[in-house]
Ligand binder design. Structure first.
Ligand code: BTN
Length: 334
């Protein structure tokens, strides 16, 4: 199956991104094998997603503004050749959910490492059946993993993904912390969530879709009012916009390094020290939702499997394999 929704658009974007001056209509028609009218329609559709062109009669079009969308021709130049993720990469101006698209396409043969992105999600999915608000300016993407791993290694997939995001944000000066198991916080508020959806076959994960949502280049005011006390955006927290295609390439590069650990039999255990060093949850009073139960205590450690160890009031220690920290003292101290 051919998953490419608009291959001509990507080639056109690539031509403009690489061109140092105007690109002539003749060159575009010749390279893409399309009529001038068809090219004009593509240019108009690119204008609708933020491209700005200056047209000079008899010379051609020059891209005055190329928006930092998560499109293959804009991400690819930042992605080292050896990285197994991000090729192919499918962008759309709008999808219901990049995870839903990736899961659907996975069943139709989407290859390992493929990435599905969207400028806007209209039905973004969060953990615990919640919705995930996904306006223009965010980074909404899903990575397909087809390297089977044991079901008990599945938590590593999201723990390692959180570390990949943290590393990529730290590299551009965004001070990101990890909140167990896989949220990313900046200045005590959530800016990134990760949703892994898997298809298991017995004790094995056949394939997994790792969906990552980063509230990047839009103001916090565009998030629902009822979550703004605990969620923000990089733009609001740091006061600057990030170069989204480059950041995506860095995340995919880090993810590639970290997932190689899984394939080689090592896993979260080998990077646990680094993960713990950046985990804001440790040593704090926490309330953790585990199914319908709420566990209260002090977060004291994360073990080699990524389980959270919580010391209860009477001194016993509970080992939580999954759950969600509803309250962490640190979020309220800031
Ligand atoms: C969470 O609740 O913390 C997880 C949020 C995950 C959101 C991302 S955005 C890209 C991908 N597509 C989705 O529908 N969800 C994930």
């Amino acid at each position: 199956m051919n998953f490419e929704e608009n291959p001509v658009r990507d080639r056109l974007v690539e031509m403009f991104a690489k061109a140092s001056g105007p690109v002539s209509g003749e060159e575009m028609s010749h390279t893409l094998g399309l009529s001038r009218t068809a090219i004009w329609k593509q240019i108009k559709s690119l204008e609708q997603v933020g491209f700005v062109f200056a047209a000079s009669p008899r010379v051609g079009y020059r891209a005055v503004t190329i928006p930092d969308e998560l499109m293959a021709p804009l991400v690819d130049p930042h992605l080292p050749l050896a990285v197994a993720f991000g090729r192919p990469l499918f962008w759309a101006a709008e999808r219901a959910s990049t995870n839903a698209t990736a899961l659907d396409w996975a069943a139709k043969g989407l290859p390992h490492g493929a990435v599905v992105t969207a400028a806007v999600q209209t039905g973004g999915k969060g953990r615990r059946e919640r919705s995930w608000v996904s306006p223009q300016g965010g980074m909404w993407f899903s990575v397909l993993i087809r390297q089977p791993c044991a079901l008990n290694q599945a938590p590593d997939l999201t723990l390692l993904a959180s570390l990949a995001v943290r590393r990529a944000l730290a590299e551009i000066g965004v001070p990101a912390d990890i909140k167990w198991p896989n949220d990313i916080l900046v200045a005590g508020k959530k800016v990134c969530g990760i949703l892994a959806q898997m298809r298991a076959d017995g004790e094995w994960v056949d394939h997994a879709v790792i969906g990552i949502g980063i509230n990047a280049n839009f103001p916090e005011e565009r998030l629902p009012a009822d979550i703004r006390h605990r969620a923000t955006t990089i733009f609001s927290a740091c006061g600057f916009a990030i170069e989204r295609p480059r950041v995506l390439a860095t995340i995919l590069t880090e993810l590639d390094k970290l997932y190689r650990l899984l394939a080689s039999g090592e896993g979260f255990a080998s990077v646990r020290g680094e993960w713990l060093a950046h985990c804001e949850t440790m040593g704090r009073s926490v309330e953790v939702a585990v199914g319908n139960e709420i566990v209260r205590g002090t977060a004291i450690d994360v073990d080699d499997q990524g389980s959270l160890l919580v010391k209860l009031a009477h001194g016993d220690v509970r080992r939580l394999h999954s759950g969600e920290v509803l309250f962490s003292e640190s979020e309220h101290l800031r």
